[in-house]
Design a binder for this molecule. Structure first.
Ligand SMILES: [Zn+2]
Length: 467
């Protein structure tokens, strides 16, 4: 169990904690890289090719999960089976015995949104701007919107705000176009700019996107036309253009690909951190939760290294002892990372079982703070554990682990379904009324927010699409 020290803050204890917290926030690949670089730099750390179960310490078969830990505790038990599983299809670590590390042992199949954008932008940027671009890209939310401002970035990096704004404008033009915008309107405007280079954008589109989207959703075409000094017909044309070409949530298209594990697209996360499936793929069986540990073999402190300590001269022992301590610490912290994830998943899978089995409509509202309370962990520990991890569900869909804390998902899904089944384009108030009939009381502007979070345009803009 991950226990955070409150009183005793000895140096080793806080180093321990800091490293566990860092490891907890890493994705599978980042952890892999970390282990890889430790193996290369620390002679006291070694990777045994033998696979040993991280849970029960029994030797494992060359492939597949632990035959003991992946089974239910009793035949009647319907509790989820949660266990840590060392990866099989990875680099074997044979290089550690020769002292060499292959140049690129783990060729990554997947790439995250910030890296994807940075890769496109980097070639045109001077080195010092690349660093700032990387910094900006670490401040994106799940929709690809900026969670910081040009001003803050400028202050942090001691640059002129106008320089940062120019840099952000460059990033916005990367695929998915509009990424790094402050909000949906800004993202759509960036898309209009990009499109205008290749297609004819109807006159006044920018003005409508910037100022009149709201009036547009309320059918106020003649008013908008008058305000802009154009015709209602032109406004209709703009409406059609918007609904055909613009995406208020640029990063959602990105995740859309990610959610399709069958896609061969190179920008897809192929390697979930956690697998959830039914035991023996039989829906009547309990759920199995496999938390992947990105090590093929088993990490340990080199016993030879340890035993030769005695034969060393005084001045060398210090250094070797340090290496051994560092190796021990890494091994311990990796175990704690695994444990924290296991405890978290044990609870999450029980709480969100309906979602896992039946889908988005069944997501229960849950906060990181609530589960932290249940597990007697710090909320920050939970946040680290959840961040940048992905889960593969029994239906093979890969979702971010943070989806389990998406409080509005079930309502959003319901709204999406209502719109899919509508016989006429419903206004947000009509949707609000229908929800109320089902006992769900949310404000009309919340309906509007959820609708736009699903990337669905207002009723009258939808109308233009079906025509
Ligand atoms: Zn085991």
């Amino acid at each position: 169990m991950l226990i955070l020290p409150s009183q005793q803050t000895t140096t080793s204890m806080s180093a321990h904690l800091a490293q566990t917290m860092t490891l907890l926030g890493l994705t599978l690949e980042e952890l892999q890289q970390k282990i890889d670089s430790e193996l290369a730099s620390n002679p006291a750390l070694e990777l045994l090719e033998e696979r040993i179960c991280p849970m029960c310490k029994r030797p494992l078969p060359p492939q597949g999960p632990c035959p003991i830990c992946s089974q239910p505790s009793s035949s009647e038990s319907q509790d989820p089976i949660v266990f840590i599983s060392p990866r099989e299809d990875f680099y074997t670590g044979s290089a550690s015995s020769t002292g060499e590390v292959p140049e690129e042992p783990f060729v990554s199949e997947s790439i995250d949104l910030p890296s994807y954008v940075l890769r496109q932008a980097a070639t045109d940027l001077p080195t010092e701007d690349r660093l700032i671009a990387a910094y900006i890209l670490t401040h994106l939310d799940e929709d690809g919107f900026l969670t910081t401002t040009a001003l803050e970035v400028a202050r942090y990096h001691h640059r002129l705000p106008s320089e940062i704004t120019a840099l952000i404008e460059k990033l916005k033009r990367c695929d998915p176009v509009g990424v790094c915008s402050a909000n949906p309107i800004e993202a759509m405007l960036a898309q209009v700019e990009a499109l205008s280079e290749t297609v004819t954008v109807p006159a006044f589109t920018r003005e409508v996107v910037a100022k009149y989207l709201h009036q547009m959703s309320q059918h106020h075409y003649p008013e908008i036309a008058r305000a802009l000094g154009t015709s209602s017909q032109q406004i209709q044309k703009i409406m059609a253009f918007i609904s055909e070409n613009l995406n208020p949530f640029p990063a959602r298209a990105h995740w859309g690909d990610v959610r399709n594990p069958n896609s061969n697209d190179s920008q897809v996360f192929h390697q979930p951190d956690i697998l959830i499936y039914h035991l023996n793929e039989n829906p009547a069986n309990p759920l199995v939760v496999e938390i992947i540990l990105p090590i093929r073999g088993t990490l340990r402190v080199n016993p030879l290294f340890k035993s030769s300590l005695k034969q060393l001269e005084q001045d060398k022992t210090e250094e070797w002892r340090g290496d051994i301590e560092k190796a021990n610490l890494l091994i311990k912290c990796i175990q704690q990372r695994s444990n924290a994830l296991r405890l978290l998943l044990e609870r999450l899978v029980v709480i969100q079982k309906d979602y896992i089995l039946r889908g988005d409509l069944e997501m229960k509202p849950l906060t990181r703070a609530e589960i932290a309370g249940l597990l007697d962990m710090h909320e920050s520990t939970i946040s680290r554990a959840v961040s940048s991890k992905t889960v593969q569900l029994p239906n093979k869909k890969i979702v971010p682990l943070s989806i389990f804390f998406d409080r509005s998902l079930s309502h959003r899904t319901l709204i999406k379904q209502m719109i899919e089944q509508e016989d006429h384009p419903m206004s947000d108030s009509e949707i609000q009324g229908l929800l109320q009939e089902q006992g769900i009381k949310i404000a009309r502007r919340t309906v509007a927010k959820y609708r736009s979070m699903e990337g669905i345009l207002p009723g009258n803009l939808r109308q233009s699409k079906t025509r």
